[in-house]
Design a binder for this molecule. Structure first.
Ligand code: FMN
Length: 188
């Protein structure tokens, strides 16, 4: 698929068909996603693939509240969940090395969140490239995501990407709304 088509087709999908996704496909998507840029090449972004534990994640995201409103199940319908996690200590350690000799404590923009976003985008686009759909549920929507995932101290999940063959999604919204003009010339 042409890169422009991949970008144009991407949208958050919150409903999936029961069709399984092969391990090879998931590995290919992950292999591409882990090529995301990272500040100082800190490589502090991790991916936790969840297949067996999807119902637990759906419960932690209060999926029932979603289905009670008349929507189809989101997380429990998706065959693949991938949590994106930021290992903040990896950034602190990398920036303490001799070529940086810097602290991350005073960063106005903590770059682990930037890198996690870059990884998120590669996962979303990688799914589209495989003929799949993907969605993202932010960490705020979960109860106790770090302990469910068993992440070590200092590692923070940013949310969960759902991947699968998309079903009709009545909530997909961006296509029906005009984009704001957020591009400025020379200055804001
Ligand atoms: C950082 C981030 C957090 C998001 N969190 C949620 C979420 O918790 N629940 C949800 O339904 N969608 C979430 N979304 C999806 C956005 O609502 C969606 O990207 C936006 O409405 C534009 O739609 P589109 O991605 O289909 O173009 C999130 C997106 C981003 C980038």
């Amino acid at each position: 698929m042409e890169f422009g088509d991949i970008i144009a087709r991407r949208k958050m999908v919150r409903s999936y068909q029961a069709t399984a996704v092969s391990d090879e496909t998931v590995l290919r998507i992950l292999d591409r996603a882990r090529r995301h840029p990272s500040a100082g090449f800190s490589q502090g972004i991790h991916f936790v693939v969840v297949i067996e534990g999807r119902e637990q994640l759906a419960a932690a995201a209060q999926e029932e509240d979603w289905t009670d409103k008349g929507y189809g199940p989101w997380l429990s319908s998706a065959p693949i969940h991938i949590a994106i996690c930021a290992d903040i200590g990896a950034y602190r350690d990398r920036y303490a090395e001799f070529d940086k000799s810097a602290t991350t404590d005073d960063w106005d923009v903590p770059y682990w969140w930037v890198d996690a976003g870059a990884a998120l985008m590669l996962l979303l686009l990688g799914a589209v490239d495989e003929g799949l759909s993907a969605g993202f549920l932010g960490v705020h929507a979960f109860t106790d995501l770090p302990s469910i995932l068993g992440v070590p101290d200092g590692v923070r999940p940013i949310g969960v990407v759902t991947i699968g063959y998309g079903a009709h999604d009545p909530v997909a919204g961006s296509r029906s709304r005009p984009r704001l003009d957020t591009v400025h010339r020379e200055h804001w």
